[in-house]
Design a protein around this ligand. Structure first.
Ligand SMILES: [Ca+2]
Ligand SMILES: [Ca+2]
Length: 242
């Protein structure tokens, strides 16, 4: 009898801890973050600077780039925020001495067929310093759309009133949407959308192996696999491939 009561208690504790776990709204890195660089720009994970954790994304862009030739950005797939009107808030952190504020781009689907129809760029005027600064929906100086015509949307409520029904597919944080007259180096850390934080840390070995289709339960827990690959090595590109 005593044993039975104990096991009922244990089940209760388990049930409570599960409901506690599911009650926590913040999830880490649900879609993963891909760093993308084209032209002479670079986008790499670095431990030189970090607002949270050990790493940030380091973005560099040389002077005199055109607006499609060079890109240095963190690309974030969004799957849990159906429409722009569901966005209650977003923010990310950036720093970069004398670099212009890192722009953010919202890739949206306006006709519901799953493809991107508009890209909305948010930009804060001026230059950053060597201090981390939080950029969010309220402190952008302006928004504009590109892809199939340009349009000025002066603030986030204008964005939402015009494109509230559009599905948000992707967010890019980085340089490239507007080109650059000057060379810039900036660091970016965690992006938060509503209650979800997209953690700016490189994928762990386990993430990469699971992502490449390597079978095996326990990869997510194997202690040796929870450290990032050295971002300067090519090992991550080859993981799980033969
Ligand atoms: Ca970080
Ligand atoms: Ca579409």
């Amino acid at each position: 009898m005593k044993r039975k009561i104990l096991s009922i208690l244990f089940a209760l504790v388990l049930a409570c801890s599960f409901s506690l776990m599911t009650a926590v709204p913040v999830s880490a890195n649900p879609g993963g973050i891909e760093l993308v660089a084209t032209g002479d720009s670079t986008a790499t994970w670095t431990t030189e600077e970090a607002k949270f954790g050990d790493y940030s994304a380091k973005l560099t862009m040389p002077a005199g780039t055109g607006w499609v030739n060079d890109n240095a950005e963190a690309r974030i797939a969004i799957s849990d925020v159906p429409t722009l009107s569901d966005v209650t808030g977003w923010s990310f952190w950036a720093k970069g001495l004398d670099a212009y504020y890192v722009p953010i781009e919202f890739y949206i689907d306006t006709d519901g067929d799953g493809t991107v129809d508009k890209i909305i760029v948010g930009q804060k005027m001026g230059s950053m310093t060597s201090e981390w600064v939080e950029l969010n929906q309220t402190n952008m100086s302006m928004y504009m759309t590109w892809k199939d015509g340009y349009e000025w949307l002066w603030n986030w409520s204008k964005v939402q009133s015009k494109y509230g029904d559009a599905t948000l597919l992707r967010v890019d944080i980085g340089y490239g949407s507007l080109g650059s007259n000057e060379a810039v180096t900036a660091y970016v850390d965690d992006f938060t959308l509503n209650d979800t934080t997209y953690v700016f840390e490189p994928p762990t070995k386990a993430d990469i192996l699971i992502g490449s289709g390597v079978p095996g339960k326990g990869l997510g827990e194997a202690p040796g696999l929870q450290k990032p690959f050295n971002p300067n090595s090519k090992a991550a590109d080859h993981a799980g491939k033969k």
